[in-house]
Design a protein around this ligand. Structure first.
Ligand code: PEP
Length: 254
């Protein structure tokens, strides 16, 4: 099956179910004729059950637990997400890593749990500003990547997202050169473990202050297969504009 570029919205802790339903209706209506782009809505858990979307629109959850059930107050299992019609789960988002102190081991367990439940993990990796300033970017990314994917034999059902922490919600975007270099190095690192083909084709999204003004130049970077979007995914106008820019890029490429 052909893999289309992905435009995924991470709503974080925004929108009630009622607000989510009307936002999704409005957005889908604005993108009814979108072609060759996969659109993922990532609402809070509460809205997932009442949202019903069809291809090319999908539901993504922002997190999950790795155990199937049990005494884990406040957590949610992959079966519960499947029951809500979820296809993608964001795993290892920088806010989960740095605000909630998730470890690479937990993140790896979540990647396994999501795959075992038949969903697709969107595994996020990203360096902090201090890592970049001390030339540690690549080692931080390699470590997050390889620990997150530990025990995973194939990249077939994996999506990766490169999200520099300093670019998330800050209005600062990584430059085209930085994104180009980083996506390339991620693929080179993957080739140490996975086949050339899988390493070259696993979707790697870019995330970090993507907006309609920078979407075209970022999607034009070889090796960028779409976006994970926070702020600009909360209102239909910028979110759909970004999706259209990705669609336009696909049309020009083919
Ligand atoms: C994110 O939350 O994953 C993100 C990239 O946020 P923003 O687009 O607001 O930087």
């Amino acid at each position: 099956m052909e893999k289309y570029p992905i435009v995924a919205g991470n709503w974080k802790m925004h929108k009630t179910t009622t607000e989510g339903i009307s936002f999704v209706q409005e957005t889908v209506n604005m993108l009814l004729d979108i072609e060759k782009v996969t659109i993922i809505f990532g609402p809070p858990f509460t809205a997932l059950f009442d949202l019903d979307v069809k291809s090319p629109f999908y539901l993504g959850a922002q997190n999950c637990h790795w155990e199937s059930h049990g005494a884990f107050t406040g957590e949610i299992s992959t079966d519960m997400l499947v029951d809500c019609g979820v296809d993608y789960v964001i795993v290892g988002h920088s806010e989960r890593r740095h605000v909630f102190h998730e470890t690479d081991d937990w993140i790896n367990r979540k990647v396994h749990a999501v795959l075992n439940a038949g969903m697709t993990p969107i595994l996020c990796i990203g360096e902090k500003l201090e890592d970049r300033e001390s030339n540690e970017t690549q080692s931080v990314l390699n470590s997050q990547l390889m620990q997150g994917l530990k025990g995973i034999d194939s990249l077939e059902n994996i999506v990766l997202a490169y999200e520099p922490v300093w670019a998330i919600g800050t209005g600062k975007t990584a430059s085209v050169a930085q994104v180009d270099e980083t996506h390339n190095t991620i693929r080179e690192e993957l080739k140490k473990v996975y086949s050339e083909k899988e390493s070259n084709t696993v979707p790697i999204l870019y995330g970090g202050s993507v907006n309609p003004g920078n979407a075209t130049e970022l999607i034009s970077v070889e090796g960028v297969d779409g976006f994970l979007i926070g702020g600009a995914s909360l209102t239909s106008a910028p979110f759909t504009e970004i999706a259209r820019k990705v669609e336009q890029h696909m049309k020009e490429k083919s």
